[in-house]
Design a protein around this ligand. Structure first.
Ligand code: HGA
Length: 607
């Protein structure tokens, strides 16, 4: 989604603004732009496409100004072209915006009637004209912003620059995150701490409804009722190695290979190393009294939530419903008294999931947030926060966040099962041991990288690919298909293996690779029967199984990937890795933009 940066600096800021935008590239965008204050006047540079186009433009036509703002745009209103690129400006103010101004049409009509001339099709431009209108009427920039904010509906983060007011930036947040960075005689604004990471580690996160006035001397925060507010400054621990590619070709590849480490970190936090029993942060509900768990998420996090449903029901005997956030939020689902709700989101800012969380709160549910960004809105609004500890995830296609979500969910399920007394001691110990072994087994899986790259060679020629799984590997089949679609643009579907004959089997011919996820265990024979149905119709199967599974069925498959033998419950953590690698290598073979796939955004802060 859109990225915002701003600097009140001591020297010309254009290059640093571009550098800040590079750190936000991972969010996905289609155009970019800067505004700087040059001799008191607003000047802009904007370009369609990659940031390099903007960097080239600035090299050809340098942009001055020691105070400036920058933006990467992921279009919601208006085509991704230069005219619609931010910043939007009038003679008084330049604005960058993340989010959607829902009442922009009526505001625009009013402003047009008063003589304002708009140049873009965006909703965002209305903010520039609204603030400008206030300044035209004699208001100070600060008062004009306060007045404009009162009129805006929707979700947004904003940064604004004012003609004739060097050293002044105003930022605002409602629904989309915005952070303030404190430098030495300089101040910064950014969509997240990553954007600010090469300038400062001292960061203040605006709270919902806050707006902030930045000058060289510091920041003054106001709350949603325009009262001066105190917000604490934190020191953010982000090391350069966490946000650089190192020896890897792509962030996605780096993040896939980080999994043994980060899953290990998550498990070490949530499983006591001495007793190997789960330990959760204080403050959970009385799980014995929870009647039902509602789990809500989007995208990859939704697939982690689907695995969670199997685990909660089977291990903790807790009825669980899983919903896609964008559907759940408007469905007005009745939620039971004494219920709890779990929200899963890498960024903790996903607009639909956040809205769903607020709905669940209005229905009296106990709110648990499972997020990768502990300062995020969901973390702040939850009763219990479980950080997944994956470290910054830059690749748009989520990988390590998925497996860390699974690791932490499994620890939560084990803790809930213990509280509810649904697992006997031996089985609990077996499960905890199985989970503790996952990092070592994940390393073994990564050793198949080369083999998977070879298989991806022929997968890259396919037009359609099917993924089949049963039980806890069914959501992994869905995730595998999503990964392939996201980064290689090959059409893929994930199916519950038993559902194949109810429709998708019609798609099978020699041209359609079928990836079968079938760990040996209680469901193996059933899944293999479905694989046979594929083979009988000429389908080409890639079988992901373990030694036992491959010994009995491997000879039928065109390709096999042998995975370690593990407890059935932890198979999703391991089977996720080869499907990530398959998607990765297929995308590389096709030459697509792995880390920034077309049309996609990372943290989806609009509906
Ligand atoms: N609505 C604005 C900004 C979109 C956005 O925030 N995307 O993440 C536009 O379309 O320009």
């Amino acid at each position: 989604m859109c990225g915002i940066v701003g600097i009140v600096g001591r020297e010309v800021v254009a290059e640093r603004l571009v550098d800040g935008l590079r750190r936000l590239e991972y969010r996905g965008y289609d155009s970019a732009g800067l505004a700087g204050l040059v001799d008191g006047r607003i000047e802009r540079r904007r370009a369609e496409g990659k940031l390099q186009a903007l960097a080239d433009l600035i090299a050809a036509e340098p942009l001055g100004g020691v105070t400036g703002i920058g933006h990467t745009r992921w279009a919601t209103h208006g085509a991704p072209n230069t005219v619609n690129a931010h910043p939007h400006a009038t003679e008084h103010v330049a604005v960058v915006h993340n989010g959607i101004i829902e009442n922009f049409r009526e505001l625009k009509d009013e402003l047009v009637a008063r003589g304002h001339v708009f140049e873009s099709e965006t909703d965002s431009e209305v903010v520039a004209h609204l603030v400008s209108d206030g300044i035209d009427n004699g208001l100070s920039p600060q008062d004009a912003v306060a007045a404009a904010l009162r009129k805006l509906r929707g979700a947004f983060a904003l940064a604004m620059l004012f003609a004739g007011r060097d050293g002044l930036l105003i930022g605002a947040r409602r629904g989309s995150p915005l952070a303030v960075g404190f430098g030495e005689g300089e101040m910064f604004l950014g969509s997240d701490a990553l954007a600010l990471s090469s300038w400062t580690r001292r960061v203040l996160y605006l709270e919902e409804g806050d707006w902030v006035v930045l000058s060289k001397a510091g920041a003054q925060v106001f709350d949603h009722e325009d009262r001066p507010a105190e917000r604490s400054i934190r020191t953010v621990a982000l090391s350069p190695s966490q946000i650089e590619k190192g020896n890897f070709r792509h962030y996605m590849q780096k993040e896939i290979f980080e999994q043994p480490q980060v899953i290990g970190d998550a498990i070490a936090t949530y499983l006591d190393p001495a007793t190997r029993l789960p330990r959760l942060p204080e403050g959970g509900p009385d799980w014995r009294a929870v009647s039902r768990l509602t789990i809500v998420a989007c995208g990859t996090s939704y697939y982690a939530a689907l695995v969670a449903k199997y685990w909660f029901e089977q291990m903790a005997r807790l009825p669980a419903e899983v919903d896609i956030a964008s559907e759940f939020r408007y469905r007005e689902a009745p939620l039971p008294t004494g219920g709890a709700a779990l929200f899963v989101s890498q960024s903790g800012e996903t607009a639909d999931t956040l809205a769903a969380l607020r709905y669940a709160r209005s229905q009296g549910q106990f709110i648990v947030a499972l997020v990768n960004v502990p300062e995020s809105s969901m973390a702040r609004e939850a009763d219990l926060v479980l950080p997944i500890l994956a470290g910054p995830e830059i690749g748009v296609a989520s990988t390590k966040a998925f497996t860390c979500q699974l690791a932490v969910i499994m620890c939560l399920v084990l803790a809930v099962a213990r509280a509810r007394g649904t697992l006997d001691g031996e089985e609990e110990a077996r499960l905890c041991a199985a989970l503790s072994e996952v990092p070592a087994r994940a390393l073994e899986v990564l050793n198949h990288d080369e083999k998977i790259r070879e298989i991806a060679g022929w997968l890259s020629e396919a037009r359609d690919v099917l993924y089949l799984g049963r039980g806890v590997t069914f959501p992994v089949a869905l995730e595998g298909a999503l990964k392939l679609k996201e980064i290689s643009y090959i059409h893929a579907e994930g199916y519950a293996a038993g559902e194949l004959k109810h429709g998708p089997i019609a798609l099978i011919d020699e041209q359609v690779p079928v990836i079968v996820l079938a760990p040996h265990g209680p469901l193996f024979e059933k899944t293999v029967s479905n694989m046979q149905e594929v083979l009988a119709r000429g389908g080409r199967v890639v079988l992901l199984s373990d030694t036992k599974g491959i010994a009995t069925e491997g000879r039928h498959a065109a390709e096999i990937i042998e995975l370690p033998v593990v407890h059935a419950f932890v198979t999703p953590l391991l089977y996720a890795i080869p499907v990530q690698l398959l998607a990765y290598h297929t995308a590389v073979a096709k030459g697509t933009d792995v880390d920034q796939p077309r049309n996609l955004a990372k943290s989806v802060t609009v509906e």
